[in-house]
Design a protein around this ligand. Structure first.
Ligand code: ATP
Ligand code: MG
Length: 417
């Protein structure tokens, strides 16, 4: 007679999301611990804002002409409110800055964050729907020293992780005043090409012409590379103050040895930037090569209802950072206790754990040889508690790398592992 077993249907992880498994967690701890260490040295404090916010916060904060707001948000209704899983964390941090009266604190207010973000994008290498960012925001400083320090901090963090081979791209978008004229010039020169632009660019043409330059579609890039169009894109448009801000920023970067290239096509996907924008790219990442993006956003705090407060910030993609770094193997246990006497094993384990050691023993009381096999896989040392050892109040300590074994008094074990 056949035995029929019913297996419940497996439920899989959602497309574009990933489990971070124990064998990879040390890679994530490295990113987080290095962030805490390096950012603290620059006077930053961590902030943790909710993962969902009012949809309106992102519509107003990220900008309703952006791809993020138009196509990529996870929005849902609950009790007649429209809520959205955060696609980025700047808007949330600014909301918290305003709501908690942080403008009363003496400037600069320096905040950092880490955590999951959600964007409905096409999943591919380096692009997920739930991904993680680590980032900083600095409030209250209008001088280019703030822009420079923010960029230096990004580079220092990457260096501390062991990443040196990266390219910084820099641009200035000017202020709403001088940018207006530049936008008009770009619209003018692109007018004859309008029908050849991709659908998205045709929409952007009216709503947000600078975003045209950021288009990834090849036929659009070819248009922007035409000499007469390129000349307009490359032309100077910054007003005196914006030009001075940009020149000073570059002088700080030059003096601190930061290598960067200027890129007029760099406008960034978010609406809130003014003056400085920058990206850090790696040549080792393939198509999704940006690890860090940021810039100055002097109007955002006011737009979200706060006092006029200048600000700069950036965010890095943590999956992309991990893709550039060597994998860290999960740490082995300090010791695995091999014994068929659970009472004695418990006593020794609890004693060593209390002294800060990572210890396991076989809770199912398997054969000695099986326990030794397991020990050699998961631990640096095997602590053998056979009958002889127990009777003599001793432990045999086996170094599982060298196979050396010595027998010592129980109270001497701690000093050996
Ligand atoms: P991209 O041009 O790669 O889409 P972006 O301009 O949309 O980047 P930002 O909003 O500036 O990115 O976010 C900062 C960083 O977050 C990026 O440089 C990237 O490293 C990372 N990032 C953005 N979107 C994703 C995603 N969907 N999956 C993984 N990482 C992402
Ligand atoms: Mg994007």
């Amino acid at each position: 007679m056949a035995i029929i077993t019913y297996m419940a249907k497996i439920i899989n992880v959602i497309k574009g999301t990933k489990d971070i498994l124990p064998q990879d967690i040390e890679d994530w701890h490295r990113l987080e611990e290095t962030a805490l260490d390096v950012f603290s040295r620059y006077g930053y404090h961590e902030i943790r804002t909710p993962i969902f916010e009012a949809t309106e916060l992102f519509a107003r904060g990220v900008g309703d002409t952006t791809d993020i707001v138009n196509k990529e948000m996870y929005t849902f209704e609950k009790s007649d409110r429209s809520l959205t899983l955060r696609p980025e964390n700047t808007a949330g941090v600014v909301r918290s800055f305003i709501e908690n009266g942080m403008s009363r604190l003496s400037a600069p207010v320096k905040l950092w964050y880490k955590g999951p973000m959600f964007r409905y994008e096409r999943p591919q290498a380096g692009r997920q729907r739930q991904f993680h960012q680590v980032g900083i925001e600095m409030f209250g400083i209008k001088q280019p020293t703030a822009d420079a320090e923010a960029i230096l901090l990004a580079i220092e963090y990457l260096k501390a992780l062991g990443l040196n081979d990266l390219e910084v791209e820099l641009n200035s978008l000017g202020c709403p005043k001088c940018r207006e004229e530049y936008k008009a010039r770009i619209k003018e020169v692109l007018k004859p090409e309008f029908d050849n632009l991709c659908e998205d660019c045709q929409t952007r043409y009216e709503k947000n012409p600078l975003r045209l330059l950021d288009c990834k579609v090849e036929s659009c890039q070819a248009i922007y590379a035409k000499p007469e169009i390129k000349a307009v894109i490359q032309s100077d448009f910054l007003c005196d103050e914006c030009a001075q801000h940009y020149t000073q920023l570059k002088s700080y970067l030059n003096d601190t040895g930061v290598k960067y290239t200027e890129n007029k096509l760099l406008v960034r996907g978010l609406d809130y930037y003014n003056r400085t924008v920058f990206e850090i790219k790696s040549n080792d990442l393939g198509a999704q090569n940006a690890v860090c993006g940021g810039g100055r956003y002097d109007s955002l705090v006011k737009n979200l209802g706060g006092e006029d407060t200048p600000a700069v910030g950036w965010a890095m993609g943590m999956e992309r950072l991990n893709a550039l770094l060597p994998h860290i193997e999960t740490r082995k246990l300090d010791a695995f206790i091999v014994s068929n006497n659970s009472n004695e094993a418990f006593k020794l384990a609890q004693n060593l754990r209390a002294q800060g050691k990572n210890i396991e023993f076989d809770l199912s009381n398997k054969k000695f040889t099986k326990q030794l096999e397991k020990a050699s896989k998961v631990a640096k040392f095997a602590l053998i508690l056979g009958e002889d050892e127990i009777n003599a109040d001793e432990v045999s300590v086996k170094n599982l790398e060298t196979s050396e074994q010595i027998t010592v008094k129980r109270n001497e074990v701690l000093s050996l592992i």
